[in-house]
Design a protein around this ligand. Sequence first.
Ligand SMILES: Cc1cc2nc3c(=O)[nH]c(=O)nc-3n(C[C@H](O)[C@H](O)[C@H](O)COP(=O)(O)OP(=O)(O)OC[C@H]3O[C@@H](n4cnc5c(N)ncnc54)[C@H](O)[C@@H]3O)c2cc1C
Length: 429
Amino acid sequence: MQHLIVVGGGWSGCAAALAAAKKGLAVTLIERTDRLLASGLVGGIMRNNGRYTAAEELKLMGAGELVEITDCCARHAGIDFPGHRHASFYDVGRVELPVLQLLQSHGVKVLFGRRVVNVEVKDRLVRAVILSQGREVIRGTVFIDASGTAGPTANCSRFGNGCAMCIFRCPTFGPRVSIAVKAGAEKIPLQRPAGQPGYFSGSCELEPSSLSPDLLRELRQKGVVLLPLPRELIDESSGSPAEEKACRQYVLPQFKENIVLIDNGAVKMMAPFFSLQALRRFPGLERAVYRDPLGGGRGNSIRFSGMVLRDNRLLLPHLDNLLVAGERAGLALGHTEAMVTGTLAGYNAWRISEGLEPVLLPRNTVCGTLIYFTRQMGRTAAGRRGIYTLSGGLLWDYIRKRGLYTTDRDKIYHRLQKAGALAFFEDGS
Ligand SMILES: Cc1cc2nc3c(=O)[nH]c(=O)nc-3n(C[C@H](O)[C@H](O)[C@H](O)COP(=O)(O)OP(=O)(O)OC[C@H]3O[C@@H](n4cnc5c(N)ncnc54)[C@H](O)[C@@H]3O)c2cc1C
């Protein structure tokens, strides 16, 4: 019997499992922690800039369920903040359960607390994954590596400021492992400007009850609050400079000169790393404490220290049944971006299991451009100095230059119709 094994339950792994299960493929998703969504549990910004177009494309292509969950869990929608337009912020405390229920309703078997540590490979095919617990072996016929790139602790210590005790909880659940790398793919690190591998994860979360009641009320009402930084606090902000963070927006002057707070159920703080004592000198933040990571005053997890090169169908060149998705597939950051690559990987896993050729996304779409552009950039050392998102930086510039960005749903519909991409992921039922 055909059986897909997805390793990693972040947004990309969930999207992959869902896309394949909807086509009728038996799917097991293996997650090393006790929750789904990983870095999706500390962010929450969707639909900002080009992510809006991509989200609408996913819906029109027949893969909109996860976007719809984030829309339903949004605390705010249509928000503008520096460098970003029409963003929505989903509630990070509410989003996971509906995703788990959706996967289970499509028959996906989700294994929590199980960590893959190795693979069995023979004749260009992965045959099984091996778990750390009791050397348990799970066999499959097609596999997806959606293991992300954050951590593990050893990387955060070598290339960052040590384990900041973040949502990934590596010391508790064990380090992330890439089955693509175990199966022989070259692990390629990105280098941040100072030359070390990987980038710091960007934002932190503050404990809501540690804000003054007035500040918290304002944030809950408006969705975003900008607190201008006095000169001495800009100078005192400790840790790494904005250029060392994965998210591109931190290099904008508004993020260096303000504390930007966002209401995602917790309090997302988009600012350079602040020592807690410096932060507490700010009106309304006198009792502030970090919630994620606990060591947020000094840094965050190190990510993008190991991508693999894949083709535009998300297959690894040297294997016939291993696909990659999410951050592991290289250079793209974001919840929406992970849903896009995850969905294509899951759909192609189903095609492979049916003996059909895996497909490419049409170039004349934002989702397709994301996949082509990041592969192209991943091939050169210069391209690998950056991280790309649909909401900022070079990729965002590129999709605007090509006229692909729009929030006009009719325009998106007609472009997809012209590209033959309507209900793309429903094809072949
Ligand atoms: C602090 C922070 C804030 C962010 N904010 C935003 C935001 O507001 N908007 C936005 O669009 N993006 C945001 N991002 C980026 C976005 O969250 C990620 O780029 C995206 O969600 C990555 O998804 P992924 O599935 O590739 O990886 P991950 O989310 O890292 O998921 C990988 C999963 O694989 C599991 N895993 C790894 N190895 C194994 C193994 N061997 N066996 C079993 N399981 C394994 C991990 O436990 C994890 O659950 C943020 C990221 C961070 C860290």
